[in-house]
Write a protein that binds this ligand. Sequence first.
Ligand SMILES: [Zn+2]
Ligand SMILES: [Zn+2]
Ligand SMILES: [Zn+2]
Length: 140
Amino acid sequence: MAEEMLDALDRAGVRLTGPRRRLAALIARREGHFTAADLVKDVGRRRLGIGRATVFRLLELLGEQGLLERIDLPDGSHAYIPCEPTHHHHLVCLECGTTTDVGDCGIEAVTREAARRSGFTIEQHRLELFGRCPNCSSAN
Ligand SMILES: [Zn+2]
Ligand SMILES: [Zn+2]
Ligand SMILES: [Zn+2]
């Protein structure tokens, strides 16, 4: 995953400095979603010598390449998930932060119907589903 990220950035003409490489490796190892603040904290704890600005810039660059998706959590904060650059949706566990990819789940039909009713030409959509993963559900 880190290699994949670095290759994509390289193809996009992004300069791959040491801090960016170390940061990409750190992001690739994360499980589930994380916030920019989580990443800044992690970098500080490991004394990687990576500044806040580098963290925010790399998140932005990975987002532009479709390798990181920004999701809006129900509490109003934003988080990121490492992602495949193909269209899909996420199931997000509110308990442990695990994310699972799902396909369109019939939303194409919903968009078509919304387009028909409103006269809009719909070009894109976003959908995130929040709840509890099987592990967290069975723990309760
Ligand atoms: Zn994904
Ligand atoms: Zn869970
Ligand atoms: Zn979709």
